[in-house]
Design a protein around this ligand. Structure first.
Ligand code: PLP
Length: 404
């Protein structure tokens, strides 16, 4: 067996065991997965006719190597889709990537050297933690309140770092719509303050925005990208995972042409599947797209409401903010209930939930003590009956911990 010394520094600490079973196909039938952002199976659209068309009329392109930047018509569709949402983009500003995660990885390849600082919210999207960590970043965390990331605190942190002679962070990473895990939607004021601060300090912003159209009520607020007046500050990361299906593994980066040009040269995977891009383009250009998005909104609204009612019924004393969209409820537990314990006891009754500690990159005792007050529950994958059943199983465990 190879000694860890043979590996790159970024791989030296990796476990030699396979990751635990995670996706629905690997799980036992009785398990209720409230843990991850899987799509509701009945919402996965029938793409057969678009696949037929891609393999028939478009076979010569769909089964050939494709343009590294991505299918021109798909890029034009995405630019138009974002322009209807206040942006000023063309297909040249778009790079097709293997899902938002692929986009985040690629942006890190462009911006990060070992030891660079990056700003993230606390809590943050947990899958981004290992992605950023692989590049050897130093995490600079900023708290989030009900209005979004705390820009005043971030300004103070940046000033303090400058006084200590530390270089500015390379980017600020945030999810402004229906934040994962907290469900918070940043206010319009916070968004513009954040963009202003980033511009003033000349720090790139990464806007990871997978849930933008999974909105249950009210009007959308401007994306950070739409507030990027010169167009060279914000990398917007979008994805078809939440709009259509995560198994497509297709997303995009929207950024200034000069940044896209560099990213294309760093993208070493030969481009994303031309076949899959053709299928997605066909679906997006068809009338099915609009009706599908409406169905997504209606279905997840119903799931959210069902889970909110079940949480109120089964978990008395838990605080929960009502998210206006997205896939998640973020619960704050009473001080005497430890979410790590709740999550492991929940596993014994085949309910998978994610304790707060997974969403904070720092592991100091103060952060962990705070993190143990939180739990994230996803309502996207489970059926309405499973939502009721999962919370019925959680209730007695929670109540015994709360009264103990
Ligand atoms: C904030 C955030 N970013 C990115 C992703 C992943 O998107 P993709 O499937 O496109 O990699 C998710 C999915 O859960 C997410 O919640």
């Amino acid at each position: 067996l190879r000694k860890p010394a043979s590996f790159a520094r970024r791989a030296a600490g990796l476990p030699s065991t396979f990751p635990p079973a995670h996706v629905p196909a690997e799980l036992r039938a009785e398990i209720i997965p409230f843990d991850s952002g899987f799509a509701f199976p009945q919402l996965l659209p029938d793409l057969t006719c678009f696949a037929d068309d891609a393999l028939g009329a478009h076979r010569a392109q769909a089964l050939q190597y494709g343009i590294g930047q991505g299918h021109p018509e798909l890029r034009a569709w995405i630019a138009d889709y974002m322009n209807r949402d206040g942006c000023r983009l063309s297909g040249a500003n778009i790079l097709i990537v293997n899902g938002a995660k692929g986009g985040l990885d690629l942006i890190c390849r462009l911006l990060i050297d070992e030891g660079d600082a990056v700003v993230v919210g606390a809590p943050m999207y947990f899958t981004a933690i290992p992605i950023f960590r692989t590049f050897g970043v130093e995490f600079v965390t900023v708290n989030q309140d009900a209005d979004g990331i705390e820009v005043g605190e971030l300004r103070h942190t940046l000033q303090q770092r400058a006084q200590q002679g530390l270089p500015p962070p390379k980017f600020i990473y945030d999810v402004v719509d229906f934040h994962n895990p907290s469900g918070v939607t940043a206010t319009a004021q916070r968004r513009s303050e954040l963009v202003d601060l980033a511009r003033e300090w000349n720090i790139f912003l990464i806007e990871d925005n997978p849930y933008r159209r999974v909105r249950f009520r009210g009007e959308s607020l401007p994306t950070l990208k739409s507030l990027d007046a010169d167009g060279d500050l914000v990398f917007h990361v979008g994805t078809f995972s939440k709009l259509i299906a995560p198994g497509l593994r297709l997303g995009w980066i929207a950024a200034h042409e000069s940044l896209i040009a560099r990213l294309i040269r760093l993208k070493s995977d030969g481009g994303c599947s031309p076949f899959m891009q053709q299928v997605v383009l066909g679906f997006c250009q068809s009338p099915h797209f609009t009706t599908h998005v409406r169905k997504v909104q209606d279905t997840y609204r119903e799931h959210r409401d069902r889970m909110l009612a079940a949480v109120k019924r089964e978990l008395p004393g838990v605080q929960v903010a009502i998210p206006e969209g997205g896939y998640y409820l973020w619960l704050t537990l009473p001080a005497n209930v430890n979410s790590d314990v709740l999550a492991s006891r929940a596993e014994e009754v085949a309910v998978h939930i994610i304790p707060g500690s997974r969403f904070f990159p720092s592991e100091d005792e103060t952060t962990l003590a705070r993190a143990r007050r939180y739990v994230r529950l996803s309502y996207s994958f489970a059926t309405l009956d499973q939502i009721d059943e999962g919370l019925k199983r959680l209730g007695p465990i929670y109540r015994s911990l709360a009264s103990g």
